[in-house]
Design a protein around this ligand. Structure first.
Ligand code: HEC
Length: 144
């Protein structure tokens, strides 16, 4: 009985990284390097206060971004991203890659509002880099 439990636990632990990959197509290791471009404005700090990456406070904490409603942390967001979250936008790889390529343009399209605004002025145009940084964020996020 005990052995079965341990065997089952081992299977879960071994399967965990593969499961995380299910939410991401990119390379998390490469993505950790890409995160350097985000660090000046974003930190990654778990709900328990564990610091994964030190970073600036100009933007929201990116811990646990997978599946999170847009604009939903205690950060002081611009109105558009909060409106998008209220309309149902939850972060997954596709939405994330499109958003970081051009946050303002993305929100304008999502909200069908040409006057949409974004506080994030930075653009990460390279989709492969965006997919990698997404994979990194998923890999350091809570087990899902
Ligand atoms: C110059 C500062 C700055 C940089 C650099 C920056 N961001 Fe942002 N980011 C922001 C701000 C400010 C917001 C809040 C946007 C708003 O309120 O409209 C934001 C919002 C976000 C959000 C939405 C989060 C949420 O809670 O809904 C994501 C995702 C994001 N940034 C990813 C990134 C990634 C990935 C990088 C690096 C490739 C990056 N950002 C680089 C400032 C920045």
């Amino acid at each position: 009985m005990k052995f079965t439990a341990i065997a089952a636990l081992t299977t879960v632990l071994l399967a965990a990284p593969a499961f995380a990959d299910g939410h991401a197509t990119g390379d998390a290791e490469a993505g950790e390097k890409v995160f350097k471009k985000c660090k000046s404005c974003h930190m990654i700090v778990s709900d328990d206060g564990d610091v994964v990456q030190k970073g600036g406070k100009t933007g929201p904490n990116l811990y646990g971004i997978f599946g999170r409603a847009a604009g939903s942390t205690d950060f002081k967001y611009a109105k558009s991203i909060v409106a998008a979250g209220e309309k149902g936008l939850e972060w997954n790889e596709a939405e994330f890659v499109a958003y970081v390529a051009d946050p303002k343009k993305y929100l304008a399209a999502y909200l069908d509002d040409s006057k949409a605004k974004s506080k994030m002025s930075y653009k990460l145009k390279k989709a492969d880099e965006a997919a990698n940084v997404w994979a990194y964020l998923v890999s350091v996020g809570p087990a899902s």
